[in-house]
Design a protein around this ligand. Structure first.
Ligand code: SAH
Length: 382
């Protein structure tokens, strides 16, 4: 490659030991500032680079025409603006799309796009696998677990935007209007990286998805819930699923660490509550386990006084799951009791079931039960 004499010799110096990762995609503002400082460039260049990477979605430095040729060439020699590799991209009969992504170390994660009439929601993973081992969740059966980096979290949004052709996207026309941290993993067990990623995703000069359109879902890592409200200001969803400690200890084992009393106190403190933003309580409907009329009344009592809405999720079966989905009748009876108590209670229609993309069905293919064994395992009745 032939270069003119550099205007700024630092551009051509070998990478400094302290240089940030060589992949810009997924880095935060400080990372971009460090890259630019490392190259001896004026600070405004960081903003230009940011715009190309996060507003335009550029992956090739040659396209970053406002940067000047020498700088583009120098950047290309030392940096990339890449994406997690797409191992598989499948579309459900109902339009739900799922990406199986292969990370640099070979681990796999899943990201799901759920189109609806008035919005498009991207369901983003925070970990490879999950340590919580909720009894009804497929991800919890995956042995392999590690935290995702901020770049791997942001990378999921970038892959989806690539596939949907949303660069640059005006906020009116784009299909990905909402983000939910409801994929694989417990986001609050990876707080720092999730927070860094969400700051990038919310930045108005880039991906620009507002905090009001982002929901973080937790099984109840109580000590970090305050920070979500104070530091990120996104919406909070809490995976409740049971109204007494005996049952919740069994189906959401994290409850043994942070029992309902502490969890509900954290919900009452959640800053969004004061700002009259509702907390969403997720409640998986398990046949004969937590779906009686008495359970419904106990739920209304438990959340009394909290501005809330419920998200009733009919259990999504997976191979070998120990539960069945509640009947439509039981779900409707349950929802009616909540509505009468003043809580909007939409029943989440399962989406993407045929591609194992529905809530709780995510599990990396590399960890999945081989088809030969899967065939012999009974699927719980729907
Ligand atoms: N760990 C976080 C993020 C996961 S969000 C949390 O627990 O909130 C995914 C949601 O789907 C959670 O409410 C989870 O409890 C629910 N879920 C898990 N398995 C499910 C299944 N098989 N059917 C329906 N919902 C399920």
């Amino acid at each position: 490659m032939c270069l003119r004499m550099p205007q700024n010799p630092a551009i051509f110096a070998p990478p400094a030991a302290a240089a940030a990762s060589s992949d810009l995609a997924g880095q935060d503002r400080a990372g971009f500032a460090a890259v630019v400082a490392d190259l001896g460039l004026p600070a405004f260049r960081a903003g230009q680079l940011w715009h190309w990477v996060y507003h335009r979605g550029a992956t090739d430095f040659a396209d970053m025409t406002s940067l000047g040729k020498a700088l583009r060439t120098a950047l290309a020699a030392r940096f990339s603006a890449g994406r997690p590799a797409v191992a598989r991209h499948v579309t459900s009969a109902d339009g739900t799309q799922k990406w199986l992504l292969r990370l640099a170390d070979g681990h796999q994660i899943e990201t799901v796009f759920i189109p609806e009439d008035d919005r498009g929601t991207l369901c983003v993973s925070s970990q490879v696998g999950c340590t919580l081992a909720c009894r009804f969740c497929h991800t919890g059966t995956q042995k392999l677990v590690r935290n995702l980096s901020a770049a791997e979290i942001v990378g999921q949004v970038m892959v989806a935007r690539d596939a949907l052709g949303e660069w640059p996207a005006s906020s009116e026309s784009r299909r990905i209007s909402h983000i939910v941290m409801m994929g694989m993993g417990e986001p609050l067990y990876n707080y720092d990286n999730v927070a860094a990623a969400l700051r990038v995703i919310m930045d108005g000069d880039g991906i620009a998805i507002s905090r009001r359109r982002i929901t973080l879902s937790t099984a109840g890592v109580v000590p970090l819930m305050d920070r979500v409200g104070e530091e990120l200001g996104v919406k909070l969803a809490v995976s409740l699923h049971a109204t007494n400690d005996a049952l919740r200890d069994r189906i959401v084992p994290l409850n043994k660490k942070f029992p309902l009393k502490d969890l509900m106190a954290a919900c009452r403190r959640y800053p969004g509550v004061k700002n009259s933003r509702r907390i969403t309580f997720e409640y998986v409907m398990l046949d004969g386990v937590n779906d009686s009329a008495a359970d419904a009344r106990a739920l209304a009592k438990l959340i009394a006084g909290i501005p809330a809405k419920l998200n009733l999720i009919p259990f999504n079966p997976w191979p070998g799951a120990p539960y069945n989905r509640s009947s439509d009748k039981a779900i409707e009876r349950f929802a009616e009791i909540e509505r009468k108590a003043g809580y909007p209670s939409p029943v989440r229609r399962p989406r993407g079931e045929d591609i194992l993309a529905a809530c709780g069905q995510l599990k990396s293919a590399s960890q999945r039960v081989p088809a030969s064994r899967r065939a012999r395992q009974p699927m719980p009745a729907e």
